[in-house]
Structure formats: structure tokens, C-alpha cells
Design a protein around this ligand. Structure first.
Ligand code: FAD
Length: 380
């Protein structure tokens, strides 16, 4: 669909990411997924393209401006690689840069941010715990002030980029019960008391890494508190907005790939004496898939416009996220159906996308939590 807010700059940025995905990622996605890894140079190449630079000052290696449309385009194009393992593999950095830029002290930003934004070092956001991810206000990891240090104890899990990350933004309890007692901390991976183990054998996102992180009397300087003590919950919630926007865009990119692959297959494959595309049932599937894509694209475009106008439309982002993941579930399933047995085999992008649907419906705030938040934003 045509975007009424398209500009030359936005088009050029989208084209740059698109070209990169087509030449550097798409041809290798199978191999990297099977190897459960991809070369580090991708972090650096994306970094030099400005992929991680939105909302980060030029002094810290960023672009010096923000643009929701460009953020959206970048995530959408990355998700068109025929699988989102690489997209997720660089995504831990994307969701932790905002808090580092806005809440870390100047020494940390001077020391680390440029390396993170340019892809030389990895950073991650560590909120989820084995006891639960949805109920962020109930986190059990603690940070206790002792002199000039904070002593962190607890476990985080499902942390994307966690095995390779150099820096972690960690949520921990510094006050009483509930959302008012949470703070954020910056933790270097080489801090004594920090360790990690990989979470492998996953349903999808094979090329990315997820880890369980252990904090065992892990001492960080007092200055590693990010933002105000006991004000971490709001910061975590605000940070979710861009993560969820990128997941809407990612779902859109995956749906477009499913549609494109389905049309190409339906033109080539013949049953009952004619190409699949000439069978009315298949044509209706294509129409319905295309309509769902248009709906999410339009909704995403309006959300981006509102953000650029200075309003963070939290309810629309929540509604957009579950609408996008429901649409993705439908489109990926229909694409599988159009391919028949051919998409049951590994190596087919539709098969991979179908396996990656659920992480979009669960990660970054599950569909249930998104609905709950949306209704709460309606004052109900
Ligand atoms: C591949 C992957 C990567 C991830 N990366 C990161 C990361 O980088 N950093 C990070 O911090 N976390 C990460 N996560 C964690 C993710 O954010 C959580 O999985 C998610 O928030 C859900 O938490 P949970 O899995 O503990 O489910 P739970 O919170 O245990 O919920 C289980 C189910 O119950 C539902 N549910 C919960 N409460 C309610 C309710 N009140 N009403 C109705 N239904 C409810 C949920 O929607 C869900 O369907 C990742 C997860 C995955 C799978």
C-alpha cells in the first residue's frame, strides 16, 4: 500500500535495509538458522547503516534524530529475510539502547554507547524471570545498596542476545512490593557474580541466542543505577512501546513474505489441470491474506504518524501488536496450506515463519497482556 507520509529520505533508508537483507541475509538464512548462529559482522554492518541509531545522539554514535516510520521500515524489511532469527539476534541491542541513552550516567554512555550503537558490542534487556514475564511488577531479583555499590541477586531468563551480550540493562527490586519498588541497573558481563547459560532447542529464532542470566552477589557501582531509584517500572513500560512497534512491523514483513511466496507457488503448482492460482478457494485465501496485511500496514502507519507528532499511542500500540500477531498467525497458516507438503519441509521460508509466529504472540508482552493493557488505557 502507498504510504501518504513517505519521503525521499524514508524511501532511501528502507531501500538500504532492503538491499542489505536481500544480498547479505536472505541467501544465508537457512545456513545460519541451522547453525544457530550468524557472523558478528552483521551487527557492525547494520550499525554502520544507522539501524540502531534512532533516538541516540550523534555524540554517542547515533543518528541524532528519531523517526518512527524509519524504525518501522527497518524492522519490516529485516523481517522479510524469510525468517527472523537474525532480526531477533540483533534485537536485544535494539530494546536496550533506549534506556542506556536516556537513563545511564554520562560515564557509561561515553564508555559504551557508541560501541553498542555501531554494533561492536552487544547489549540486552533483562526483565523476564523464571517465575514469570507478564507480571513485571512482581519481579524477584533484588538489588541492595551497600556503601558505594549495589549487590544484585536473582535470575533472568529468555534474554535475547544474552550469551554474547557485553552489557545488560537489568530490572531489580530495590524497594517494597509491586511496581513502585523496581529499579534498572547497568551490568557489565565481566562483573564478578554474573554468569549465563544458553537456552537452545527452541521452536524458532534459531539463529539468535537466548540465555538465562544468574546474579550471585553481583556488585555494581552505585552509579550504575539507571534513572531514579524505584522508578524503573515506568521506564520498562515506556521502553516496551518501541519494542512492540517493531514487532508489529516484523509481523508485517513476515506476512508479506508469506503472501509473496504463496503467490509464486500458486502460479507454479498445478492441480486438477490448472495452476493453484486459478482455483477460486486459493484466490480467496490470497485476497484474505492481502486484506489482513493492508489492515496492519495502515494501522502501523497511523501509529508511526502519531509517534512522530509527539504522542505515544500506548493503547493503539497494544491493539496493533495483538492484531498484527493474530493476522500473522492467520497468514502464515494459510501460506502453509497453499504450499501443502512442500512447506512442511525445513528450508522453506513459510515453514520457518510458521514456527516463529508464537514468539511474536508471546514476547514483548503477550496477546493477553496487550488486550488487558489496551482496555485499561480505555479507562476500564
Ligand atoms: C524467544 C524469546 C525471547 C525473549 N527475549 C526476551 C528479552 O530479551 N528480555 C526479556 O526480558 N524477556 C524476553 N522474553 C520473555 C518474554 O517477554 C516473556 O516470555 C513474556 O513476557 C511472557 O512471559 P512468560 O513467558 O513468563 O509467561 P507468563 O507470564 O508465565 O504467562 C503465561 C501465559 O499466561 C498469560 N497470562 C499471564 N497473566 C495473565 C492474565 N492476568 N490474564 C490472562 N492471561 C495471562 C500470558 O499471556 C501467557 O500466555 C523472550 C521470550 C521469548 C520466548
Amino acid at each position: 500500500m502507498q504510504n501518504p507520509f513517505e519521503t525521499e529520505e524514508r524511501r532511501a533508508f528502507r531501500e538500504t535495509v532492503k538491499r542489505y537483507v536481500e544480498t547479505e541475509i536472505k541467501p544465508n538464512i537457512d545456513e545460519w538458522d541451522e547453525a544457530a548462529d550468524f557472523p558478528w559482522r552483521l551487527h557492525e554492518e547494520l550499525g554502520s547503516m544507522g539501524y540502531f541509531g534512532f533516538g541516540v545522539s550523534e555524540a554517542h554514535g547515533g543518528l541524532g534524530f528519531d523517526d518512527a516510520f524509519m524504525r518501522f521500515a527497518a524492522a519490516e524489511e529485516m523481517a522479510k529475510a524469510g525468517g527472523t532469527g537474525v532480526w531477533a539476534g540483533v534485537g536485544g541491542r535494539s530494546i536496550s539502547i533506549g534506556p542506556i541513552e536516556h537513563l545511564a550516567n554520562e560515564e557509561i554512555r561515553e564508555r559504551c554507547l557508541e560501541d553498542i550503537v555501531l554494533g561492536r558490542k552487544g547489549s540486552c534487556l533483562a526483565i523476564t524471570e523464571p517465575g514469570g514475564g507478564s507480571d513485571v511488577a512482581n519481579m524477584q531479583t533484588t538489588a541492595v545498596r551497600e556503601g558505594d555499590e549495589w549487590v544484585i541477586n536473582g535470575v533472568k531468563t529468555f534474554i535475547t542476545g544474552g550469551m554474547k551480550g557485553d552489557y545488560f540493562v537489568v530490572g531489580a527490586r530495590t524497594g517494597g512490593e509491586g511496581l513502585v519498588g523496581i529499579s534498572l541497573f547497568f551490568v557489565d558481563a565481566d562483573t564478578p557474580g554474573f554468569s549465563r547459560t544458553p537456552l537452545d532447542r527452541k521452536m524458532g529464532w534459531w539463529a539468535s541466542d537466548q540465555a538465562t542470566l544468574y546474579f550471585d552477589n553481583c556488585r555494581v557501582p552505585a552509579a550504575n543505577l539507571m534513572g531514579e531509584e524505584n522508578h524503573g517500572f515506568i521506564a520498562i513500560m515506556q521502553n516496551f512501546n518501541y519494542e512492540r512497534l517493531s514487532m508489529i512491523a516484523g509481523a508485517l514483513g513476515m506476512m508479506k513474505t508469506c503472501l509473496e511466496e504463496s503467490i509464486a507457488w500458486a502460479k507454479e503448482r498445478e492441480t486438477f489441470g490448472k495452476p493453484l492460482i486459478k482455483h477460486q478457494v486459493i484466490r480467496h485465501k490470497i485476497a484474505e491474506m492481502s486484506a489482513r496485511i493492508d489492515q496492519i500496514e495502515s494501522y502501523g502507519t497511523m501509529i508511526c504518524w502519531q509517534i512522530n507528532e509527539g504522542h505515544m499511542p500506548v493503547a493503539e500500540i497494544c491493539k496493533g501488536k495483538f492484531a498484527a500477531t493474530k493476522a500473522l498467525e492467520f497468514v502464515a497458516s494459510e501460506a502453509m496450506q497453499i504450499f501443502g507438503g512442500a512447506a512442511y519441509l525445513r528450508g522453506n521460508p513459510v515453514e520457518r515463519i510458521y514456527r516463529e509466529v508464537k514468539v511474536f504472540a508471546i514476547g514483548g508482552g503477550s496477546e493477553e497482556i496487550m488486550r488487558d493493557l489496551a482496555v485499561r488505557q480505555m479507562g476500564l
